[in-house]
Design a protein around this ligand. Structure first.
Ligand SMILES: NC(=O)c1ccc[n+]([C@@H]2O[C@H](COP(=O)([O-])OP(=O)(O)OC[C@H]3O[C@@H](n4cnc5c(N)ncnc54)[C@H](OP(=O)(O)O)[C@@H]3O)[C@@H](O)[C@H]2O)c1
Length: 231
C-alpha cells in the first residue's frame, strides 16, 4: 500500500534530497512537499511531486496545520530557521516542531519524524559553543515531543550536515553518542552527507521499530538499511 507522506520544510537541503529520493519510489510513497513560496515549486514539478504552500510554520495556527495534515500516514519535519536569529529559531525549531507534532496528533496522522541535531540532549556538548541558543531550541523540542505518549515519534539527530555525494552508509546509531563524546580527544568526524540523512529518513519510514526512538546519525561504514533495520 502506498504511504502518503507530508514533508514540511521541503525546500530545505535535506528535504530536497529526501523528496528527490521519494520521487523515485512512487509505488511505495505518495509525497506532498510543503514549501513557503510557490516560486520554489518548479523543482517539485520536475520531479512529479505535488507541492503545497498551505503551511507556514510561524504564520499557520494549530487548527490550520492539523486540517491540512488530515489523511497523511506520516509527517516529516525538516524545517529550521537556519541561523536567522533567535526569534525565528524559537518559532521554527522549537515551537514550530512542537506545534506540528500537536497538529499530527489532532489530525490522527500515524507517524511524526523530526530532523533534529546530534546530542541535543547533552548540554555539555554544546553549552560553550556559538550554537547554544539553537541547541536549546532543539533540546526542548526533542524533549517535549519524545515525552508525548500519544505520538508515534521518531527523532533523527544528524551531526554536521555536508553537501556531499551520498555514501549509502552510516555509523551504528547505537554507538554514535559515545563516539561523539570522544571527538575532541580523538578527532572523529561527526559529519554526514545530507543525502545519507535523507536515506535514513526513508528507512525509518519503512521501519516501525524506529517509532519512539532517537536516531543519532554520523557517517560510518554500515549500510543505512541494515543500520536502521536493527534499531
Ligand atoms: N547545518 C547543520 O550542520 C545541521 C546539523 C544537524 C541538524 N541540522 C538541522 O537539520 C534540519 C535540516 O537542515 P537543512 O540544512 O536541510 O536546513 P535548510 O536547508 O536551512 O532548510 C530549512 C527549511 O526550513 C524552511 N523554513 C524556515 N522557516 C519556515 C517557516 N516559517 N515555515 C515553513 N518552512 C520554513 C526553509 O524554507 P525556505 O527555503 O523557504 O527558506 C527551508 O526550506 C534543520 O532543522 C537543521 O537545524 C542542521
Amino acid at each position: 500500500m502506498v504511504s502518503k507522506i507530508a514533508v514540511i520544510g521541503a525546500n530545505g537541503k535535506v528535504a530536497t534530497q529526501l523528496v528527490q529520493k521519494l520521487a523515485n519510489l512512487k509505488t511505495e510513497f505518495e509525497t506532498i512537499a510543503f514549501i513557503r513560496d510557490s516560486s520554489q515549486g518548479s523543482k517539485f514539478d520536475q520531479l512529479g511531486i505535488k507541492y503545497s504552500t498551505k503551511i507556514d510554520i510561524i504564520e499557520s495556527n494549530l487548527e490550520k496545520i492539523a486540517n491540512t495534515l488530515k489523511g497523511f500516514d506520516a509527517v516529516v519535519f525538516s524545517a529550521g530557521a537556519g541561523g536567522k536569529g533567535l526569534d525565528k529559531t524559537f518559532a521554527v525549531d522549537l515551537d514550530g516542531a512542537v506545534k506540528v507534532s500537536e497538529a499530527v496528533k489532532l489530525a490522527k496522522v500515524k507517524r511524526f519524524l523530526l530532523v533534529s541535531a546530534l546530542k541535543s540532549q547533552d548540554r555539555e556538548f554544546w553549552w560553550n559553543t556559538p550554537l547554544r541558543s539553537y541547541f536549546i531550541a532543539k533540546k526542548y523540542a526533542d524533549e517535549i515531543i519524545s515525552r508525548d505518549e500519544d505520538l508515534n515519534w521518531t527523532i533523527l539527530q544528524p551531526g554536521h550536515l555536508k553537501d556531499e555525494n551520498d555514501t549509502g552508509k552510516i555509523e551504528d546509531p547505537l554507538r554514535v553518542n559515545s563516539i561523539a563524546n570522544k571527538i575532541s580527544k580523538e578527532n572523529h568526524d561527526i559529519s554526514i552527507p545530507r543525502s545519507d540523512v535523507a536515506q535514513a529518513i526513508i528507512e525509518s519510514l519503512r521501519n516501525e521499530s524506529t517509532i519512539k526512538k532517537f536516531i543519532p546519525l554520523i557517517r560510518g561504514e554500515i549500510d543505512i538499511k541494515e543500520a536502521i533495520g536493527k534499531i
